[in-house]
Design a protein around this ligand. Sequence first.
Ligand code: BTN
Length: 264
Amino acid sequence: MKNDILAKLPASFPWRGNLHCYHSIDSTNTSAKRLASAGAPHGTMVIADMQTHGRGRMGRSFHSPEGTGIYLSLILRPNLPADQLMHLTCAAAVAVADGIERAAGLRPNIKWTNDLVAGGKKLGGILTELSLRHGSTVEYAVIGIGINCCQKEDAFPPELQDIATSLHMCTDKNIVRSTVISEIIVALEQMSQQLGCSSDILQRYRADCITIGQEISLLLPNEIRHGKALDVDENAALVVKFDDGKIESVHSGEVSIRGMYGYV
Ligand code: BTN
């Protein structure tokens, strides 16, 4: 896999020497965090053919079977305080959408904040983890990306069949993972240079974000609130008009869109 990816990256690509490829690993994010703690440089990437303990947001697991998906984690050392990196996951999502579009001819939508979606089903997700120094400066960020690539419909476990899709299922094309990975990596490197321009990034994010304009429900620890998503603000928060008339910025939590992933 490593040689296939390197063959497809531009010769001048600055992160060529930072690629760590494994057949099987617990989680590429966990591995990247271990490397980052040991001093691995900005632009270090961990890629695996399968994960035994792939992780998603909210403590969920991420289904990571062998040879059919992309499991990629990138270490960034952005030299910015955490409060200027609120848009990091959004920036990564737009970059991943760019890479997928170039490699597979399909531009995924983004379900706020971190799901990549095609045909109303989940194509992949992003798990961003930060290590903070003195509580405010970012020591490093790990951006973990999982994309379903080559699966056919019956390859997903029963509980995922109605909500998950793959690039192959959406395009009917033969998807070559190393091609998708190299395009995503190139797009991520460009994104990393533009992180200071959060307004531009969020403008692009809004164009891809299918949550805006939808009826949503926000799952909180002790209640579910319903409303309509109006916008994504300059801090990457989802602006929601709740059914009680209040307009609030939602920074985190589980947001379901009516009509998607089985939510009626
Ligand atoms: C989500 O959908 O909640 C986020 C899923 C993120 C999965 C990727 S796969 C590569 C990286 N390693 C992990 O353990 N998780 C991320």
